[in-house]
Design a protein around this ligand. Structure first.
Ligand code: C2E
Ligand code: CA
Ligand code: CA
Ligand code: CA
Length: 277
């Protein structure tokens, strides 16, 4: 019961003092999650709409909690960000992705793994070096990775974020703006930052059949991305009609439950075979 309370708490009351007893206990549980190998890397396919090929996979964390079962990221990522613990989580995800990378590669071509970064990673001036060292250690090419960053993570401290992002891009990582359209930033940064992909937030994609404004936002984001020379990905694709609609609108890639849910790597490999068959 104590554990359940400590996990739920941050979702309902993010204002709690980070030194409170409950928060300290959640923090030690998170440390235990890493040390005790309780974290899991799930993969969700990103499909190229030109030829229906599997082009990438987004890495999404899950917590196989000994008492609560599989805990979803929204139950602990905000707390991890607030306390700074998320930096360890990012490094764990990177290492796990690097370790699995070769076994996930198709016979021809490259499957890119997308990792979610937090504002804490962007504020860490040593982060670019840490990721380079990690991938070098596993002999994995940087082109095999994509780094997803939200608009709000960038706008926390745009100058510092820009420094980190320039370094990451110079190292060869593909950079993607996540949840595009939900942030409070201006479009000016899009021109300045070395990003190569926009991900249209799932709220617009999921609404595009019923809501004409959502449909317009999706269409104009695809156009904007292409005018800026960027690849555009739609997330939250839940049915065949939206999949076909996006392909007709020349959207480059799609991700969503209709094609595949986040899964562990062995299931992902099996799913890829079934998808290609
Ligand atoms: P996100 O980066 O926007 O990831 C996409 C979320 O949408 C995932 O939720 C995914 O399971 C869900 N999703 C995918 N397709 C569909 C669909 O067709 N319909 C619906 N309704 N949802 C779909 P998930 O795995 O629960 O992750 C939630 C958020 O937690 C992520 O949003 C991301 O912000 C954060 N997160 C997850 N893993 C990590 C991580 O390793 N590091 C960091 N920093 N954040 C993470
Ligand atoms: Ca993401
Ligand atoms: Ca997203
Ligand atoms: Ca999101």
């Amino acid at each position: 019961v104590a554990k359940r309370k400590s996990l739920d708490m941050q979702v309902y009351d993010a204002s709690l003092d980070s030194t409170s007893a409950q928060n300290l206990s959640l923090l030690s549980e998170l440390r235990q999650a890493i040390d005790g190998n309780e974290l899991r890397l799930f993969l969700q396919p990103k499909i190229g709409l030109r030829d229906d090929s599997v082009v990438a996979a987004e890495a999404l964390v899950r917590w196989a909690h000994p008492v609560r079962g599989m805990v979803q990221p929204m139950q602990f990522i905000p707390f991890a960000e607030q306390t700074g613990f998320v930096r360890y989580l990012t490094l764990w995800m990177l290492e796990e992705a690097a370790r699995q990378w070769k076994s996930l590669q198709p016979e021809n071509g490259t499957l890119r793994i997308a990792i979610n970064l937090s504002t804490r990673d962007l504020m860490d001036l040593d982060f670019p070096q840490k990721i380079d060292e990690m991938l070098d250690r596993y002999g994995v090419p940087r082109e095999g990775f994509c780094l997803e960053i939200t608009e709000s993570a960038i706008m926390d401290d745009p100058q510092r974020a820009e420094t980190t992002l320039n370094q990451l891009a110079a190292s060869g990582y593909k950079l993607s703006i996540d949840d595009f359209g939900t942030g409070y930033s201006s479009l000016a940064y899009l021109k300045r930052l070395p990003v190569s992909e926009l991900k249209i937030d799932k709220s617009f994609v999921m609404g595009m059949e019923q809501d004409e404004s959502d449909a317009k936002i999706v269409r104009s984001t695809i156009e904007l991305a292409h005018n800026l020379g960027l690849t555009v990905v739609a997330e939250g694709v839940e049915n065949a009609r939206i999949y076909a609609l996006l392909a007709a609108l020349q959207c480059d890639e799609a991700q969503g439950y209709y094609m595949g849910k986040p899964m562990i790597s062995t299931d992902f490999v099996q799913w890829s075979r079934d998808w290609a068959a």
